[in-house]
Design a binder for this molecule. Structure first.
Ligand code: ATP
Ligand code: MG
Length: 610
């Protein structure tokens, strides 16, 4: 009967651990769940152990052989279950599969359960015998042997997990494993000396106790605090994004004035060449500023995960022409050879986000031009067709300063610029490639860099674009070649609505060229008044962000007036990508971003007034 002391004290210790563990607030993780299961399983194992010893003591092994055999098999099953759960606990500590590969995790769990069930059935089928003589009692036989083999396999697997993660060998979560192995060796030795000493329960209890102290159970209070901090940080980030988009709007308004007036000075006849030159520089500088603002806006959208890809049909060649024109503009008077090499088999019309694609190409070309002093910049675009998809391979090669090997993997991180000290004359924010990479990823494409320091670099992008066989689109030539002199808009009436006086002036100034009659008001309400008073217009340019009544609200009210049929074009500094689509779904007929570009204005005028 001396055996029972181990079991009873083990049971008490276990009950104590269980009470403390379950009364403490726990964070719900796989590990804490497995540990809870281990505690419950241990409880049953010890309970059966005690029952077996007690019944043997009262009736003797021969007196209740069948009952004892059944109880023993239950006991074995719980022991094996405990080892299984312990193994999966160590597995989880070693490999965080749930986060990385949820499917594999689920699959392994099912496999584990199936193997366990089969093992349990085998334990029940195989015979077990009970030795009970001279106050020494133990069980033996094939069932026990099978249990030992299965448990050894589990412990071997646990050892392998630890060996695979040998770098983490000091991780305190592995302590139970070491202790288990030591205890098992001790148990084997003790069993040799005295086979009647049943130490299994003691081992289980001891391991449970050790795990109680080594399990990762982060403080619930701390987690709450962290969550609050996270929320605050997210709020602050949102405020930053808001601030940036407001700022960009605010910066665009004065830019619109600078850009618009320079444009109209440039168009003026009888202006000395020197002034035209200055104006060109003003325009270029404001364009750079605009790009900067757009870049900051893009990066803040990327951070807020708000950057969207908006697909539309577009003409591949038009896009490339625009990009080349922009890149050549950037070259200024640098002595560079600009080569282009476009695949002849490039489809006419593609389906994708052409404005983002343009941004990608422009970013790469701008860099190539910026970081190359002499030699060449080569812009290649080819197409690999597969079914209705065309994989565009865009490559930009230069003979510039190149990028040192060790810096290549830092290339796509925002604000990171290389050799700033050495090339501090080259301006830039370090956002270009970060945005480019994100855009390429959003389009499910790839970007790679090859570069040799001092010799040059090649950036290659591959993105899939759908091919569209749209005859109508092909026939519709949307490159408007406008001969203003031959057009006569004298009988046309245009209304411009903008709360900002300077913006109104810019729009009026740019519209004067077309010879139209121009009316201007500075609020949505005044625009509504004009229309309800019976004024007729052929076109309305309506700013969106106005105090009191926004452009969108004004438009909604206008559309409610029955006889109102005038096309309304959104004229807005809210020019982030995707805005055009938003305004079109809001019911605007078209959209011009500020700063107003002459070409865009030409397009609108011809489309709605001709
Ligand atoms: P911006 O935000 O105005 O584009 P940036 O050009 O400095 O600024 P990225 O376009 O992100 O920023 O480029 C990051 C860095 O990578 C650059 O500072 C430059 O050092 C290096 N780099 C990029 N393209 C090239 C290139 N073609 N040749 C050499 N170095 C390059
Ligand atoms: Mg750049």
């Amino acid at each position: 009967m001396n055996n029972l002391y181990f079991q009873i004290s083990g049971l008490f210790a276990l009950i104590l651990i269980t009470i403390v563990y379950f009364s403490k607030k726990r964070v719900d993780t796989i590990e804490t769940r497995l540990y809870a299961a281990m505690l419950i399983v241990s409880f049953f194992a010890i309970f059966f152990d005690i029952l077996i010893i007690y019944i043997t003591y009262i009736y003797g092994a021969d007196g209740a052989m069948l009952l004892l055999q059944i109880l023993n098999k239950f006991y074995f099953c719980f022991l094996l279950l405990w080892v299984y759960i312990f193994a999966s606990y160590i597995f989880n500590v070693s490999f965080d599969l749930k986060e990385k590969n949820f499917k594999l995790h689920k699959f392994l769990r099912y496999i584990g359960i199936v193997i366990y069930i089969i093992s349990a059935i085998i334990i029940f089928v195989l015979p077990v015998y009970i030795y009970d003589k001279d106050n020494i009692m133990y069980s033996y036989g094939p069932s026990l042997l099978f249990l030992l083999i299965m448990a050894s396999i589990q412990i071997l697997m646990i050892t392998i997990f630890v060996l695979i993660k040998v770098k983490d060998i000091k991780n305190k979560k592995y302590t139970p494993v070491y202790i288990l192995i030591i205890l098992m060796v001790l148990a084997l030795v003790m069993n040799r000396i005295d086979p009647g000493v049943l130490v299994t329960t003691a081992i289980i209890t001891y391991i449970n106790l050790v795990m109680f102290f080594t399990i990762e159970n982060p403080n619930v209070k701390m987690i709450n605090e962290l969550n609050i901090a996270k929320e605050q940080a997210e709020k602050a980030n949102l405020a930053k994004t808001d601030f940036l988009s407001n700022m960009s709007h605010e910066i665009r308004t004065p830019l619109n004035a600078i850009f618009g007036f320079s444009q109209s000075i440039e168009e003026e006849e009888s202006i000395p060449d020197s002034i035209i030159d200055d104006v060109k520089h003003i325009k270029m500088a404001s364009n750079n500023l605009l790009e900067l603002v757009n870049g900051i806006l893009d990066i803040s959208k990327i951070e807020a995960n708000k950057l969207e890809i908006i697909n539309n049909e577009y003409r591949a060649h038009n896009l490339l022409e625009e990009v080349v024109a922009l890149a050549k503009g950037r070259m200024g008077d640098k002595p560079l050879e600009f080569r282009t090499n476009f695949d002849k088999s490039l489809p006419e019309v593609l389906y994708g986000d052409h404005s983002r694609l343009k941004q990608i190409m422009v970013n790469l070309l701008t860099n190539a031009v910026k970081y190359t002093e002499k030699g060449y910049v080569e812009f290649k675009v080819s197409c690999v067709r597969k079914n209705d998809v065309c994989r565009l391979i865009i490559s930009v090669e230069d003979s510039g300063i190149g990028i040192p090997k060790e810096k290549i993997n830092r290339l796509f991180t925002k604000f990171d610029r290389m050799d700033v000290e050495k090339f501090n004359s080259i301006e830039g924010t370090g956002l270009g490639l970060a945005i480019t990479k994100k855009l390429v990823e959003l389009m499910n494409g790839n970007i790679v860099v090859q570069s040799e320091y001092g010799t040059g670099s090649t950036f290659t992008v591959a993105v899939d674009q759908k091919m569209v066989d749209n005859k109508e689109y092909i026939n519709l030539d949307n490159t408007i070649k406008l001969d203003l002199k031959n057009l006569n808009f004298h009988d046309k009436r245009v209304l411009v609505v903008d709360d900002n006086k300077i913006n109104l002036k810019v729009a009026v100034r740019l519209l004067t060229n077309y010879g139209v009659y121009i009316d201007e008001v500075d609020s949505g309400q005044k625009c509504l008044d004009k229309i309800t008073n019976g004024e007729k217009y052929d076109l309305i340019l309506l700013d969106d962000m106005m105090p009191k009544m926004s452009g969108v609200e004004t438009l909604k009210k206008l559309r409610k007036i029955e006889e109102f049929k005038t096309p309304v074009v959104a004229l807005t500094a809210n020019a982030i990508a995707g805005m055009k689509e938003k305004y079109l779904t809001d019911g605007f007929d078209d959209y011009i971003p500020k700063p107003i570009d002459r070409k865009e204005l030409n397009r609108i005028v011809v489309k709605y007034l001709e």
